[in-house]
Design a protein around this ligand. Sequence first.
Ligand code: HEM
Length: 508
Amino acid sequence: MSNSSQIEMNDIQGLILRGYNFPHIRYIIFSIKNTDGAKQFCADLASGTAPGGLSITNAEPWENMEKPDYCLNIGFTYSGLEKLIGTANSNAVERHSSREVFKSFKKGAVEDAGQMGDTGESAPANWWKNGGWIPKEVPTANGSELHIQLTLFTLTPENREKYYAALLGMITETPSGPAVIPVYYQDSDPITVDGNSDYVHFGYRDSLSQPRIDDIIWEKPKMRKLMGISSIDDRPKVPLDRFVISQKAKDYYAHTLLVNGTFSAFRLLYQDEAKFNTFIHSNTEISPELMAAKMCGRWRDGTPLVVSPDKEDKSLGEPSTKNFNFTNFNYLTPSPNQQGDQSSDELALKCPYAAHIRRANPRDDINVKGNDDNAETHRIVRRASPYGPVYDRAEKPGIQRGLVGLFIGAVLDFQFRFVTRLWLEQGGFRNPDASPNYSGVDPIFGPQADDTSPDNFVFAYNENGTYTETPNLTRFVRTDGSLYLFLPGISGLKYISQGIIPPPLTVN
Ligand code: HEM
């Protein structure tokens, strides 16, 4: 936890800086029953020295590039952190951190639900109830018993069971029972289409675009070549302090405990595939595949619409699935590595303004124009994966499936909260519109329960200069659970496991 500019890969949790690409995942939530025992559990996870125990995976490169048997990462809710370090220490961390860094984390996902569109069926009173909840008692609506979130990544389902058992074996027994108990878990297994295992429900290929983080070893051309990834990437680099908390960041400050850590929203999102499927088939003048592509901004195989507006193009190499612009404004020329159609899509003829990827990362679009900082500030590292079986039209109703995982950024207010509230869930994303665009909300999510704007119930996109409209856009994604988490650095975790905090940074 030094203040040197060197990146302390051994202190930063691995999942912040790298997608492990492990197929079998278990997301677990623990409740603390005995604080001293919970501290011991955290200490053992930080040191990795408990016999037969597991340790938290850091960001150091793996020896000989060989994947370990498992990876494990940890996050704390505010109530979890407060239990472990005490209220006075939690207040001290808050006092020495900027409002944007700590306030929303402290408030927590339950209190923030209304702002994030978690209303109606998605309201906190309904969370954690659709499978995966372990105790006999129903979950409380304020989530105060949810303290620690662990994510276990393994290469086989058998190893998931083996390492989960080892993890549970690390829990201290106290006279009144285990010091921490698992209250919820959700497994994630890959969905494979045409040999590619990066698919999510609704039938899209995912894991194509993550922020290009400045300075980290994975981005160095030599390392990318070793990992079999194209070394060509012309997207703007996002400073590391957007994802790893630093005391040298330009627009926030943070208590020393937070250094090398980050924040994240853990989201359990149910996807209503039957409804989604009905919607994409509802306009008989448009093929369901085109409709699905216009809603996402990519064809289901991942081909970006701005690069190939009329069809999937499997010949496109890796650089062009990421390296493209919507309007070519900032560069005046298209992204140098953009293959296929390079014309500017100012009028959203190719990719609708409302499309999920155009609003989740507008790149050079109007919201970013004249304010380059937006392209860096509002980025999110996504570590989410599918759960539940692949949709079958003949299935019985009530099958649970969706996307679960972490949406990571050093400042929730600039990253997850900003993107969700202002770009995904709110209408009028692009203002002023260069041409009418009725699709107010992100069509992958659909209008919220309390939405009254009729425009938000129509999905419209511009085709050959005219608008094609499909009515009855409805909510396809329901929030079934959410936590705001602090993911400490390894030395931060050691402090937490002792119930103490380091001194705050003193500025001379
Ligand atoms: C069930 C819900 C969701 C589904 C089905 C979904 C699906 C997708 C798909 C298919 C892509 C394109 C693949 C890629 O570019 O890597 C994508 C990209 C993306 N999504 Fe989502 N997503 C969901 C929720 C979210 C949420 C909650 C957020 C953030 C709050 C988010 C933020 C993003 C971002 C930032 C990108 C990358 C855009 C880019 O860089 O071009 N998504 N999503």
